[in-house]
Design a binder for this molecule. Structure first.
Ligand code: PSU
Ligand code: MN
Length: 300
């Protein structure tokens, strides 16, 4: 294992890992940057509770004083949700964050990097990063990390602000198997439909567990991406979605927002313009994905 001194495990996560009980890793950029206050801390609590109620141990991941924390205390979770000095840490930022003892929230990329090395098999989030739209080439570090991290990653597809066909092609090229959980096309974050193909469909945690077993037997090095559609009642109608998306994208282009600021900017503008409809969808899909991930972790 990677140098243990870099890590700090909560007691609950430590004992679950020792006894090989089911654990679900959760990221923290969605808490610090993906959702507004106070819904962010409420959602973080709810996700942990849903994982527990489904019989698994939640391991929210973040950096505190430069330590790779796997499982947070209430105080640490509050710090990530409420402090103005939390950095967004992707994999490339890990050396700097450790050396300078930063507090930071982890993206999908850095959270799965940490979770895998901590011995966790299953991870849940809302939507993964991917290939961005627009004139500038911007590809989320989530994609290459998925291609080299053998974990089960439960999400609702890639975030709708992205170039979804290009993101789908990237996953295919880099041998990330994309499974639809109870669906026949790849979900599109706030929307249940994308028209994009899946590699397989699974209708139960046991079916996913069989795929994981086969991946393990192959010694595959890439993630199994389990994509779960947003619950029907929380889906954002497509005409509203297209309108708020176009508005957010053109504002970002006009204000020349780029780099790590881009995704948080787009998500928060869409929530404002849609009067909270995208925020409600985001919270609903995060909760649903945490539950599915806990069921899969229990089946493994
Ligand atoms: N899922 C959500 N909301 C989010 C994210 C995921 O529902 O805010 C975060 C994840 O942490 C993901 C990041 O890794 O957005 C992608 O950011 P970027 O495009 O800068 O790599
Ligand atoms: Mn980027």
């Amino acid at each position: 294992m990677t140098n243990r001194e870099l890590f700090s495990f909560s007691l609950a996560v430590e004992s679950a890992l020792v006894t090989r009980a089911p654990v679900v890793a959760l990221e923290s950029t969605v808490i610090a940057y993906g959702l507004p206050r106070p819904q962010n801390l409420e959602t973080a609590h709810r996700l942990e509770q849903i994982v527990k109620d489904t019989g698994a141990t939640p391991a929210t991941i973040a950096l505190i004083d430069g330590k790779l924390c796997v499982g947070l205390t209430e105080e640490q979770l509050k710090l990530i949700a409420e402090s103005d000095c939390i950095k967004k840490i992707s994999t490339r930022d890990l050396p700097v964050a450790i050396a300078r003892e930063w507090n930071g929230a982890t993206t999908v990329a850095s959270a799965i990097w940490i979770a895998h090395r901590a011995g966790i098999q299953v991870f849940a989030t809302g939507g993964i990063g991917g290939v961005h739209q627009g004139s500038l080439t911007d590809v989320s570090a989530d994609l290459p990390e998925l291609a080299r991290t053998p974990m089960v990653v439960v999400c609702s597809g890639a975030k709708i602000v992205l170039d979804l066909p290009a993101t789908r092609e990237w996953l295919e090229t880099h041998a990330v198997t994309v499974v639809g959980y109870g669906c026949d096309e790849m979900p599109a974050f706030y929307s249940r439909q994308s028209g994009l193909p899946l590699d397989a469909r699974a209708d139960s945690p046991q079916e996913v567990a069989e795929l994981v077993k086969a991946q393990g037997a192959l010694e595959s090095q890439s993630a199994l991406l389990v994509t779960v559609p947003v619950p029907q009642e929380a889906e954002v109608p497509s005409d509203l979605l297209q309108r708020v998306l176009q508005e957010a994208l053109s504002e970002a282009e006009g204000e020349r927002i780029s780099g790590r600021e881009l995704t948080p900017f787009l998500l928060s503008r869409m929530s404002e313009v849609s009067k909270g409809a995208t925020l409600r969808a985001n919270m609903a899909l995060l909760e649903n994905n945490a539950r599915v991930a806990a069921e899969i972790a229990s089946a493994l």
